[in-house]
Design a protein around this ligand. Structure first.
Ligand code: NG6
Ligand code: CA
Length: 513
């Protein structure tokens, strides 16, 4: 040993220690992951996306610390299909996933690889809090016993659910496998076929209603609001619509507190701003847009409460938060809550055409903010990204290998999601009552493939559904006003073929990572 080199070795060791601690800071592994998932929130509904008639300071704050995407999409223009795709990495049409009734069986069958299941393998504690709408049980549910299978059977360690939607019975929370606060002496029953029990319905007793509704939403009245479906019993467990946001915030805070010391994945699924919009009275008049505006204000409050809790627990720096929505906006969705009348010059879908239920961009192009202070530089990204890719992207982030059958439609888009690359998707499907395809700035809408429900026909919704092919060029025509199919037939043909390829292949081996 040459003793004269000793001081040099010493310096090298010190340098190595300093360098490794720096890189550890720069490259945190296994960040906490939170998906904040608003319900029916449109591209133009928040301040950082241009809204002026409603203030969303907490979401705007998240945006100023993160990446704001201008071309980010949920996979479908309605809720169940979008959630299905995000959690399985598989397009919904492969599973015929459509809007589910409140007593539907669990759509994602146990044994199906899921995003939370993959993160469990990576060592995460996983939870879903809020709206579910992916079905529960095997076909007939006994709401008084153990409700299974459900989230716990497909990759979540904890669940606190609104089982379907705010406008569907049962109007109770389900914590893990049990209805929350249920009194066994007053058993609960649910029926989507005919009236049960003696609770009044909206059709029979409109005088009892806080807000009038269309026929589909005029079954059992709970908390002065008529719903889709019939229910009896279980009164101690009924939610109060005005309190739901607070209940979900409290459950979230408790989950964060309990899991502050280990990596966690939280799917925080807001009930705002879906109908019936009945926010807490303290939000009444927050905007001049009536209940829909008030519900946006409440959703912003929820976001702020969760962010404050992360701060308090010292978790903000190493938590990857994605704030986004499950489908585009809708004004009248079955209740006479004056949202359409009071909207004024507010543009729920921003510059885009259509909204919820629509094949146009407004159906799936949704606000999307990705924040991870340890890693992401704030800014704006125009990359084309899609929620179906969260699965493969988080697998790459956490070092989880995916097998070929797993998440068949999910690509690793982590570099785009973290703002390290401008390259997003080149090609991407948009699902509604038909299929549409994006190829960079081209948008092809195939003729309608599914029947339009009768109730949608009467609505003031630009569905984009036709019996002929449509082609738009979004760079010059964001609003999908000019069908250029006759001008560029070869582009349309190429895209038609791409769409067929996606439809035909069950999985796409060999593309991941
Ligand atoms: C529709 C409901 C609508 C809403 C939607 C689901 C009628 C007439 N309309 O069937 O009110 O509940 O389903 O919304 O019943 S989603 O955001 O969960 O997809
Ligand atoms: Ca929705």
């Amino acid at each position: 040993m040459n003793y004269t080199l000793k001081p040099f070795y010493f310096l090298v060791i010190i340098w190595a220690i300093i360098a490794s601690s720096c890189t550890q800071k720069e490259q945190p592994s296994k960040p906490n992951i939170i998906i904040m998932y608003a319900d029916d929130l449109g591209y133009g509904d928040v301040g950082c996306y241009g809204a002026t008639r409603v203030k969303t300071p907490h979401i705007d704050q998240l945006a100023s610390n993160g990446l704001v995407f201008t071309d980010a999409h949920c996979t479908a223009a309605t809720c169940t299909p979008s959630r299905f795709s995000m959690l399985t990495g598989s397009y919904a049409f492969r599973n015929n996933a459509a809007i589910l009734p409140g007593d539907a069986p669990l759509l994602i069958r146990p044994g199906t690889p899921t995003l939370p299941g993959m993160l469990q393998q990576a060592g995460y504690t996983t939870a879903v809090i809020g709206k579910w709408h992916l079905g529960l049980g095997d076909g007939t549910i006994d709401w008084n016993g153990d409700i299974s299978p459900g989230p716990l059977e497909i990759g979540f360690d904890y669940s606190f659910l609104v089982p379907a939607t705010l406008d569907r019975v049962p109007c109770v929370f389900v914590e893990n496998r049990r209805v929350f606060n249920l009194d066994p002496a007053d058993p609960i029953e649910v029926n989507y076929d005919h009236k049960i029990g003696s609770e009044p319905t909206g059709l029979e007793s409109p005088g009892l209603l806080k807000v009038r509704a269309d026929t589909q939403h005029s079954n059992t009245i709970i908390n002065g609001i008529s719903r889709i479906g019939y229910t009896s019993g279980g009164k101690s467990a009924w939610w109060k619509d005005e309190e739901i946001a607070t209940v979900l915030v409290n459950q979230t805070k408790a989950f964060l507190h309990e899991n502050k010391d280990n990596p966690f994945f939280l799917f925080l699924s807001y009930t705002d701003i879906h109908v019936p919009r009945e926010p807490h009275p303290r939000f009444k008049g927050a905007t001049t847009m009536g209940r829909r505006g008030d519900a946006i204000a409440q959703m912003d409050w929820t976001t702020g409460e969760v962010m404050k809790m992360l701060d308090k627990l010292g978790l903000t720096h190493n938590t990857l938060v994605i704030f986004t929505s499950d489908n585009g906006p809708v004004l009248d969705d079955g209740y006479e809550d004056e949202s359409a009348k009071l909207v004024g010059d507010h543009k729920p879908a921003g510059p885009f055409k259509g909204g919820k239920y629509s094949a146009y961009e407004g159906g799936t192009r949704v606000p999307t903010i990705v924040s991870w202070p340890a890693k992401i530089k704030p800014g704006i990204s125009n990359s084309l990204v899609n929620q179906v890719d969260f699965y493969a992207s988080f697998a790459a982030l956490t070092g989880q290998p995916l097998n070929e059958q797993e998440a068949p439609d999910s690509y690793n888009m982590l570099p785009a999601l973290l703002g390290q690359s401008l390259v997003g998707r080149q090609t991407m499907l948009e699902e509604s009552f038909t299929l549409a395809l994006r190829n960079n700035n081209w948008k092809f809408i195939a003729p309608q493939t599914k029947g339009t429900p009768a109730w949608l026909k009467d609505k003031d919704v630009e569905t984009g559904l036709t019996t002929t092919d449509q082609l738009f060029e979004l760079e010059s025509d964001k609003g999908e006003v000019k069908n250029v199919i006759d001008k560029y037939p070869e582009v349309a043909e190429k895209m038609k073929k791409m769409l067929k390829d996606i439809e035909m292949r069950g999985t796409r081996p060999g593309y991941k990572n």
